[in-house]
Design a protein around this ligand. Structure first.
Ligand code: ATR
Length: 291
């Protein structure tokens, strides 16, 4: 019961996820259940898309089309098919959420970085208690991003936007340098990050793929370095409990799971699509049930 076609009418809003492959995506399940729970006349489908430009040319002319999510390998290519792009998404160079306005124009967002940053902010609030309304608990924090790929960019731009002092640490120094310059931060290698602790209470975000294969015992930052961090986030979500997060917990840090980024980026997409707050509890339950 992934799609409920019995209720599709000429005025039903059609959403979907474009990707290649795309069949494995659980987004249709999450969005369709959410739409149904609040009685929205909308459906969310899988769109297997090869030629992104051709797809959007057609898509922007279909009145039923209301918005779509965008996954691998289209997050960057889709940028050039948009009429308007959220400024941070433009800087990151990747989009994952597209809304079709009634006049047929397409506006794009990147909700990945919002998902990660909001989860980290909530973790810091848990630690520090209330802070002035409107201020980010990341403001002024030393924020170390491990990795300089797509996810690294999202975290670095997101943290910089919240007023954090950003450090990019990457295996390949040149890539760290390039990203650090763009966000007004500092660059170093992963090896240097092991001995980098100008102060305590720093924030760490791993966006490298190190830790995805638990049997290798690999971790992106040695345990002795973790005691200088008050919060550690890992973008890896399979496995959920990476060695990095386990050791961070043992070192006394607050930990933020990669699954939080995944769930929260979905909330943001739902908000952009419908203008309504996401049914968060239902989203969480479905994610858990179908993990
Ligand atoms: P994503 O879009 O998920 O960020 P990516 O763009 O391929 O993926 O980036 C992968 C990141 O993981 C890079 O920062 C990469 O470091 P390099 O720039 O040096 O390639 C990092 N990475 C991957 N495997 C690694 C390993 N074995 N050790 C350290 N870093 C690694």
């Amino acid at each position: 019961d992934l799609y409920n076609f019995r209720f599709i009418r000429p005025d039903t809003k059609v959403y979907g996820i474009i990707g290649k492959p795309v069949g494995h995506s659980k987004s249709p399940l999450l969005f369709n259940a959410s739409f149904k729970s609040v009685g929205l006349n909308a459906v969310y489908l899988h769109f297997l898309v090869d030629d992104v430009e051709k797809f959007f040319n057609t898509y922007s002319s279909i009145d039923l089309a209301s918005g779509c999510s965008c996954t691998i390998p289209h997050k960057e290519v889709a940028l050039k098919c948009m009429d308007e792009i959220n400024p941070i998404a433009k800087k990151i160079g990747a989009i994952n959420n597209i809304v079709r306005r009634p006049d047929g124009t397409l506006i794009a967002f990147n909700t990945d970085y919002i998902g990660a940053i909001s989860a980290i902010e909530d973790g810091l609030r848990e630690l520090n208690g209330a802070i002035p309304a409107g201020a980010s608990p990341l403001s002024g924090k030393l924020f170390v991003v491990l990795g300089a790929g797509g996810a690294g960019k999202s975290l670095a731009y997101g943290a910089a936007q919240m007023g954090a002092r950003v450090v990019v640490a990457n295996r390949t120094f040149e890539r760290a340098k390039e990203l650090a310059e763009k966000v007004g931060g500092q660059a170093m290698t992963l090896a240097e990050a092991e001995h980098f602790h100008p102060e305590d209470g720093m924030v760490l975000a791993n966006t490298t793929s190190v830790g995805m294969k638990p049997d290798t015992g690999e971790t992106p930052l040695a345990k002795h370095a973790l005691k200088h961090y008050c919060l550690v986030f890992d973008a890896i979500y399979t496995p959920k409990d990476t060695r990095l997060l386990q050791e961070a917990k043992e070192s006394g840090a607050i930990i933020v799971y990669g699954t939080e980024m995944l769930i929260r980026q979905g909330f943001e997409q739902y908000k952009n699509f419908t203008g309504l707050p996401a049914p968060e509890q239902m989203f969480r339950q479905l994610m858990e049930k179908h993990a």
